[in-house]
Design a binder for this molecule. Structure first.
Ligand SMILES: *[C@@H]1O[C@H](CO)[C@@H](O)[C@H](O)[C@H]1NC(C)=O
Ligand SMILES: *[C@@H]1O[C@H](CO)[C@@H](O)[C@H](O)[C@H]1NC(C)=O
Ligand SMILES: *[C@@H]1O[C@H](CO)[C@@H](O)[C@H](O)[C@H]1NC(C)=O
Length: 369
């Protein structure tokens, strides 16, 4: 197997499963000029950034699957049709609220390999984003499986099969994937594994062309039969480690064997009278809550609608990103003070006071560093 995940390190998928009564789904569809979509569903809804994967999730729900079952099937599908944004070579977060009200946060984010060291990128920060040394220990598959073990109702195989079929039978290259391919064209052309999948006769496949990813189909078949152990302590993992080490990476079998999904308590906030649950650090949940705590003071529940609102949103974002610089990986850094600030409405009030409707400021005003 040659490595067929591209942009391996920084992959996170983003998808939501909404299980809401009809009324609340209607309630959240505000009157926007550009897009007006109302989805009415009595039992559940699936939203991903690719309709093929949303449909796969819906079919799982229709068969009596739990929201977690649908998430697993949809996420694995995204790894096939949107491989530059998502995939089992990367990491993810899953936020879950059960009908009992209990909420869980699965942190399946990728982690640094055991051989990583503080100065491994010294002198060349570009290595953090690209190349063998940027590859981390993948977490998505371990996390999806753990969540499925706790909540799943349908067989694991049933959830892996749709993604496996798409990879094997072929899928249409979406316009978005094509843009990503064009942006990474030289990398694709330079790598035999990627070339075999994403090019034909020496040039990139076009949007709408059928792409076959037989190696990923093979990987998914193993995962369907043996579960994540195929990656974390089996042939998929051995081959992955061998390929990565061959090009100068530091991933080892020990990294894969010792990967642990972390189960955490979600953070929550009250925004405009609604209780919001979010992922705790190291995710983007706390900055998002700070952002909402700033913007909700303007009382514009329908969100950004004109130049002034865009200005306020941008200014708020500058402050939030500056505060976010003080966060760190909670496994290594005490983030409790920054976290408390980010969740504090009082703190957000102070930041809002610094936002002026008629001007912007030098970077130092926002406290960036
Ligand atoms: C492949 O490219 C060559 C040279 O550009 C061309 O002559 C040939 O017709 C192409 N074949 C296909 C199947 O597109
Ligand atoms: C990995 O597989 C080997 C051989 O099957 C087994 O002995 C070992 O306990 C496994 N390690 C882990 C961490 O699962
Ligand atoms: C913005 O408005 C404030 C008063 O609200 C004023 O003091 C300040 O000079 C104005 N700035 C600009 C650039 O017009």
């Amino acid at each position: 197997m040659s490595t067929h995940f591209f942009l391996l390190p920084a992959i996170t998928f983003l998808f939501f499963i909404l299980l809401c009564p009809t009324s609340s789904l209607n309630a959240v569809s505000g009157p926007t000029k550009h897009r007006h979509e109302v989805i009415v569903a009595h039992h559940g809804a699936v939203a991903t950034d690719d309709r093929r994967c949303s449909r796969i999730g819906m079919e799982v729900l229709r068969e009596g699957g739990h929201a977690v079952d649908a998430s697993v099937a949809s996420a694995l599908c995204l790894g096939v049709v949107s491989p530059a944004s998502s995939g089992i070579g990367g990491g993810a977060f899953m936020l879950l609220r059960l009908s009992s009200g209990k909420a869980q946060a699965f942190d399946m984010r990728e982690t640094a390999p055991l051989k990583a060291s503080e100065n491994m990128y010294a002198g060349n920060p570009a290595l953090k984003g690209k190349g063998a040394l940027s590859i981390a220990v993948p977490g998505e598959l371990a996390g999806l499986y753990k969540a499925w073990k706790q909540h799943g109702r349908l067989p694991w195989k049933r959830l892996v099969r749709p993604a496996e079929r798409l990879a094997h039978l072929g899928f249409k290259i979406s316009p978005y994937l094509h843009v990503q391919m064009v942006n990474t064209e030289s990398g694709i052309l330079a790598n035999k594994g990627l070339r075999d999948i994403f090019t034909s006769n020496g040039s990139l496949l076009q949007a709408g062309d059928i792409c076959y990813n037989e190696k990923l189909a093979h990987t998914l078949r193993k995962i369907s039969n043996f579960g994540p152990v195929a990656l974390y302590n089996g042939s998929i993992g051995f081959n992955l480690v061998r390929d990565i080490q061959r090009v100068g990476g530091i991933l080892t079998m020990k990294d894969l064997q010792s990967y642990k999904v972390k189960l955490k308590a979600p953070i929550s906030a009250n925004i405009l009278g609604l209780k919001l649950l979010a992922m705790p650090p190291p995710s983007g949940g706390p900055p998002m809550i700070l952002m909402l705590n700033i913007l909700s003071q303007y009382a514009i529940p329908l969100g950004v609608s004109g130049p002034l609102e865009f200005h306020r949103e941008i200014e708020a974002l500058k402050h939030v990103f500056a505060v976010r610089m003080n966060l760190g990986d909670p496994d290594f850094v005490d983030v409790s003070k920054v976290l408390a600030d980010m969740l504090s409405p009082k703190f957000a009030e102070e930041l809002k006071k610094q936002i002026k409707d008629n001007m912007t400021f030098d970077p130092s005003h926002y406290g960036g560093r």
